[in-house]
Each structure stands twice: as C-alpha cells, then as structure tokens.
Design a protein around this ligand. Sequence first.
Ligand SMILES: CC(C)(COP(=O)(O)OP(=O)(O)OC[C@H]1O[C@@H](n2cnc3c(N)ncnc32)[C@H](O)[C@@H]1OP(=O)(O)O)[C@@H](O)C(=O)NCCC(=O)NCCS
Length: 224
Amino acid sequence: MGFLKTFREEIQIIRERDPAIKSNLEVFLYPSVRAVLKYRRSHSLYKKKHYFLARWISQRSARKTGIEIHPGATIGKGFFIDHGHGVVIGETTVIGDNVTLYQGVTLGGTGKEQGKRHPTIENDVMISAGAKILGSFTVGAGSKVGAGSVVLEEVPPNSTVVGVPGRIVKRDNIRIPAEDLDQIHLPDPVRNDILALQKENKELRKLITEVLNETKTYSSQHDL
Ligand SMILES: CC(C)(COP(=O)(O)OP(=O)(O)OC[C@H]1O[C@@H](n2cnc3c(N)ncnc32)[C@H](O)[C@@H]1OP(=O)(O)O)[C@@H](O)C(=O)NCCC(=O)NCCS
C-alpha cells in the first residue's frame, strides 16, 4: 500500500513538472522514480545505522540511474530530478518539499567544512541543469538557480541566482541592478586626479588672465 501511494505521488509529480510526459506508463522510464524509491529505502536503513546496506543500495541505484543520493541526505515530499544524469547529493544535504533538480546538479561540499558540509534547500526551489551548490548554507524557499551556476553563498528566499560565482539577479521577482557588479567600468583614481588637476589649472589660468587684464587697465588709467 505504501509503495502504491508513493508511486501515485511520483506519477503526479512528473505529470505536473515535465510537459514531455504523455502517459502514466512512461513514469517507469524516469530514472528519478527509481532513484527516489531506492533513496527512501536506503535512508530508512541509514537511520537504523545499517550503513553498509544503505550505501550498497544507493551505489547500485547510482550505477543504474546516474543519480547518486547519499542515504544520509534528508529529502522532503514532491522531489523530482528531470533527466537525472550526473546528479550528486551529499550526505548532510537537507531538501524541503517540492524541490526540482535537473541533470548535472551537485549539492556538495567545498572540502573545507566538517559536520554539516552540504547545502540546505528549502521548499519549492528549482535547480537548473549543471548547477553546483557547494557548502553548508541555505537556498531560500521559492528560489531558482540558473543553469551552469556555481553557488557558494546563502541565497535569500524567492531569489534567482545565476553565474559563476552565483549572484542574485532577482528577488521577489524584482531585478537587482548590476551597477555595483560592473567589472569593466571600474573607478580609475589616477585618471580622476588628472582630470581634477586639469580643471584646477584651467581655473587658475583664467584667474591670472583676469588679474593681468585688470592690472593693465589700472596701469593705463593711472599712467603707470
Ligand atoms: C534562471 C532561470 C531559471 C530563469 O529564472 P528567472 O527568475 O525567470 O530569470 P530571468 O529569465 O528573468 O533572468 C534574469 C537574468 O538572469 C540571466 N540569466 C538567466 N539564466 C541564466 C544563466 N543560466 N546563466 C547566466 N545568466 C542567466 C538573464 O539573462 C537575465 O539577465 P538580465 O537581467 O541582464 O536580462 C533560467 O534562465 C534557467 O537557467 N533555466 C534553465 C532550466 C534548465 O535547467 N533546463 C534544462 C531542461 S533539460
């Protein structure tokens, strides 16, 4: 009964999120379904400290699906990985409800942290193809991570992050201006100093000319 319920949920998730699916039967062809069902089994074994068996199931599943989910990861309801090749989810990753990943996503560590080393992904997050999220920070609910991004820092809720390293380009659907991220039109202090000196020089020349003219006029008026 539990399996059937899970399976029905999987059908519903895939039909909602992949416009390419044409019939319920096709759900069997999605590596995500197999990977998630195997993950649920291996995670329950992991929690009972049957570490070897848990890893054995997850590694077998990884070989067949191209989706490696460590049994220690915590994953909520409505999880879907579209296409699935080259997905890696680390041991201390925490994933909320209704999260979608695409192929080539890594939820990994930087190699510099101990304990909680992998990200926390809150509800309703979408992580696009090839994105890498590295470290123990949180990606806030409702956020989107662009294809090919490398995210190394906390992401507030309802944000869009793109690029390498990831930068927030939208928050609550409002574009974040990129002026302060302009790497081409950087301030040039030497040029600014030269311009200021040129301006000062011009003003001084004007002043001297005025004084000389006034002196000349005064001299001619007083026969000096
Ligand atoms: C990030 C994404 C989800 C769009 O999110 P969004 O909130 O609707 O953002 P927008 O499309 O309004 O883009 C916002 C800005 O980010 C830029 N941007 C979007 N995706 C980007 C990416 N992957 N890399 C770099 N810049 C990107 C846009 O050009 C835009 O820049 P601008 O403000 O200078 O015009 C989408 O662009 C994306 O990457 N989708 C990939 C989905 C996927 O993996 N598909 C695979 C199917 S097999």
